[in-house]
Each structure stands twice: as C-alpha cells, then as structure tokens.
Design a binder for this molecule. Structure first.
Ligand SMILES: *Cc1c(COP(=O)(O)O)cnc(C)c1O
Length: 389
C-alpha cells in the first residue's frame, strides 16, 4: 500500500502492513520464526537483530507516524531509553536532563550512570536558558520530556533543539505523554524520539513495549548497541502493537476531547483547588503548548480543595480505576506522592511542585458525562459536611 500522501489515520491503519499473498487476509500475517534461511550474505534475520518481517513492518509505520526515517521497536520503554542513552554516551561524557523525568528514567540515571562514569546535570528551570547554563565542554546529549509527569509542564522543543545544534549536542525527547498524534518533535529539530509504547501506542493496558525513531544514521548507531543489550520485542507483541496502532489516531483524538472538557469542568468546580492541563488558557505554558502541539493530550492533574482527603476520594471512585499506568482506553487515576514519586523525599517533591493531595488522571475514551458523574459522587461522599447554623 502506497500511503505516501495519505493522512495520519490512514498511516495508522495501513502503512507498513505485510500483504497476505497466500490467503489474502485483511491483516498482516504473524511470523514467529526465530530462525530464517540465509537469503544472501548480508541479511541475517533474527528477532534480536530487530529485523523479522513483523518487526520491520511495524518499524516503518512507527517511523512514518513520527516523521522520522527509521525506527526500532523494543521490549519496553525503558529498554528503548537505556539502549539509546548508552548508544550516545560513554565514560567521561556528560548529559543535561530536565528535572521532572519519568521515574524509571530518573532511576536509570541516578543508579547506573555513576557506575559507568557518565556525568549528568538536572535542569530545574524549564527554560532554554536553564538548559544552556548546564552545558559543559563534554556535554553530548540533552534529554527532555514534554508534557512532563505529573504537572504537565511544557518545554519549548524548538528552542532546545536550536540550542543543542549550536553546541553539536544530540537531542532526545520522551514523547510518550503527547503521542505522535499531538506532537512530532522531529519537525522542530529534535534528533531522537522515544516512546513507551506501553502507553498510547498500545493503548489497551495489555502490552509492554518501546520505540525509538530517528534518522537512518542515528538508528544504526542505536542498533549497534541494541543487538548487544538484547532488548527487542517478541513478534507476537509486535503484531499486537500493530493492531493497537490502527486505532491510535481516533483513540487519542477522543482522549484529547475528553480531557479538555474535564479540565474545564474541574477548573470551575467549587471543590477543586487547581487543575494542570496544557490545553487550559490558565496553564502557564499554554502558549508554548499551542505552538508545538496539535492536541493537548489525555493527561491532566488536579488538587482537591483543602478538607477533601485525596486518598479517600480515590477509593470512592467507581468508574475511574486507581492504577499505576496510564494511557489506556479506560480512565485511571493515581496519587504521585504515593506511587510514581514515592521514592522522592518530600523536599524533592516540593521542589517539583508536587503536593501530597495531587491526583493524576489519565483520561480514557468513556463518555465524559459518566467520568464527571463519577468524580462528583466521590467528592460528595468524602466532603466533610459544612456545619449547620
Ligand atoms: C511508562 C513510561 C516510560 C517507561 O516505559 P515502560 O514501557 O514502562 O518501560 C518512560 N517514559 C514515560 C513518560 C512513561 O510514561
């Protein structure tokens, strides 16, 4: 199928698909072989070489969705992140990272990099100036994540890419929260885009996977390390992921809509103290978000008014599930203090602006009225009745 001039949802549905020549089936056949006859001297197909028929087919689709030349699919988001970082950093090198990172990425840096003699600096100010100040002569990589977890702060992607280019530094972005539906960082000059495909690309809370998208040249450099680290994805899950991505566009567009509606409703709600959503005009980074995002995503955070206990509120929710992960078709909620950011000290959390009563909501595709009603009934159960006079 030639999808050259076709739009996003057509690429999601068709690009890269394997034609079933034998039976003319509607979907890509699945090839589970771990052993393939030599086709020629150069092609050695093997799952850990990221080149089985299903791996290659899906890589094409994912690369196209992110406007990159090539991509690799990994066994998890962390496999994609760790492999990519070690492909561009070695002993004596330095990396600049934003402070508010996905917890697993922060653990990787804090626990592994010292052992390998790789230096790192975190940036607290989310501005290009803040990043510039941390650059050293041995800085090789700048790593960002926008929108960030859990406060949905936005970093100006193009400014960071420009800054890095001036200094001959490779840029990497974790684009998981935005998904390729809402943000294509390569268009703003970012070198390498990473996804935890466990989230929006998978979208049904039943796949663990990761992906890296970049130029042919960068992907080859990552591949040289990837084949040694062995983090490829099984072909069955590759095939599941292809199936999931067919609906990526319509799922995320719906999640964008639901989240925007919910954010506006929560903002006006008398029992809600604060809402964090880049699609709200009141969000401090709304103007930057507008420049670089085509939709504002399905993630939002909020704080309940004082006197409404966040843990009790969470327990009273019936439709919205408490869950560690995010981005499924079902809405889920978590307390960053008790889960994703529990390993940080209270001081570190305060530094990032994460209050104990903060709740992070991953908005699903349900009817927005049902989600609002669920939140409303939980608030009413937990709210301490005002004293009658
Ligand atoms: C979940 C997540 C990851 C890690 O992905 P896994 O698939 O769990 O390994 C990385 N970055 C972000 C933003 C995530 O949400």
């Amino acid at each position: 199928m030639n999808t050259k001039n076709m739009g996003f949802n057509t690429i999601c549905t068709h690009h890269g698909e394997i034609k079933d020549e034998q039976f003319k089936g509607a979907i890509s056949p699945i090839y589970m072989s771990t052993s393939y006859a030599f086709e020629g001297v150069d092609v050695k197909r093997y799952p850990r070489y990221f080149n089985t028929p299903n791996q290659e087919a899906l890589s094409k689709k994912i690369a196209k969705l992110e406007k990159g030349e090539s991509s690799l699919i990994f066994g998890s988001g962390m496999a994609a992140i760790s492999t990519t970082l070690f492909a561009f950093l070695q002993k004596g090198d330095h990396i600049v990272l934003q402070r508010t990172l996905y917890g697993g990425t922060a653990n990787l840096i804090n626990e592994e990099f010292k052992k390998h003699g790789i230096e790192f600096s975190y940036v607290d100010a989310q501005t290009p100036e803040g990043f510039k100040q941390k650059i050293q002569p041995n800085t090789k990589v700048i790593y960002i994540e926008t929108p960030s977890n859990p406060l949905l702060t936005i970093i100006d992607i193009k400014s960071i890419a420009d800054l890095a280019k001036e200094n001959n530094i490779v840029t990497i972005i974790d684009n998981t929260f935005a998904s390729p539906v809402n943000q294509n960082p390569i268009l703003f000059g970012i070198d390498i885009v990473i996804h935890s495909a466990t989230k929006y690309l998978g979208g049904h809370s039943d796949i663990l996977a990761g992906a890296v998208i970049s130029s042919e040249k960068n992907i080859d450099q990552i591949f040289q390390v990837a084949k040694n680290f062995g983090g490829s994805l099984s072909d069955f899950t590759v095939w599941m992921l292809e199936r999931s991505i067919k609906t990526l566009g319509i799922r995320v567009q719906r999640q964008n809509k639901n989240a925007l509606k919910l954010a506006k409703w929560l903002k006006k709600h008398e029992d809600i103290a604060r809402v964090y959503y880049p699609g709200l005009k009141s969000h401090p980074d709304h103007e930057i978000a507008k420049k670089q995002m085509t939709g504002y995503g399905g993630m939002l955070s909020f704080e309940l008014k004082e006197g409404i206990d966040a843990s009790k509120f969470q327990k009273e929710l019936k439709l919205i599930k408490s869950s560690m992960s995010l981005a499924g078709v079902e809405s889920t909620i978590l307390s960053p203090t008790l889960t994703s950011h529990a390993l940080l000290t209270e001081e570190e959390r305060n530094l990032q602006g994460i209050k104990d009563g903060l709740l992070r909501l991953s908005v699903g595709i349900e009817e927005k009225e049902d989600l609002m009603q669920d939140i409303q009934q939980a608030i009413e159960k937990v709210k301490v009745p005002e004293l009658e006079h």
